[in-house]
Ligand binder design. Sequence first.
Ligand code: PEP
Length: 262
Amino acid sequence: MGIRRRIVAGNWKMNLDRAGAVALAEAVASGATSSVGCNLILCPPSIYLSPVANALKISKGESPSGVGLGGQNLHDQPKGAFTGEIAPAMLIDIGCSSCIVGHSERRTLFGENDAIVNGKAKAALAAGLTPIICVGETLEEREQNRTAAVVTEQIKGSLEGFSSADLTGSIVAYEPVWAIGTGKVATPEQAQEVHALIRQQLANLTDEETANRVVIQYGGSVKPDNAGILAAQQDIDGALVGGASLKADDFLAIAKHFADAS
Ligand code: PEP
């Protein structure tokens, strides 16, 4: 067992209906023993958090199946006139233990910059949630050899002011934008190179010991047939899975690869 936990999260995005969400959660929970050694998190659409929490039998923050619940987004304020938004404490109240922050779709389609992501991540931590903080370059940025510069800036901006405890209470997800939902997965070498760079940036923010304890997930077209080679990389500690998380068997097969590599 390495120093870091293995964690695989499923980002269901704006998919499924209530019955489909419940059925998927039940299937993942009943198969979760196949991937002991890898923590699982399900991130359904916010309107289905409650039925999924019930399906997972989450009570007082405890999940008997070991499968955790996560939001896909949150607001940085605790309450108030923010129509349509969800406060961090509301996610805790409904049974969440984590929340995705700064997914590239939020950054691109909803104008979230590093400062906004930083505020949301801090609000998540303050409420007791583990933020899954996403970074990653676009295809254009990669082709211009700007991957390292872009990811470094995103890490610095999104994690500004983080203490060691904040960092170890967070998950970082490296998601090259060009690999999300496209079927184009980064090669294990490409992914490992950026994960190592991220870990170095985390060490620069705090110290090496802290950085070595932070879980860094890879995301971008992770499937059962490429998860094994990704999981074998030194600095890839888990996955943030979109499309393949909508099928319980695929999601569990991905998790098993990470469990086996732990
Ligand atoms: C994601 O949405 O975070 C993601 C990685 O999606 P996909 O696995 O479908 O590429």
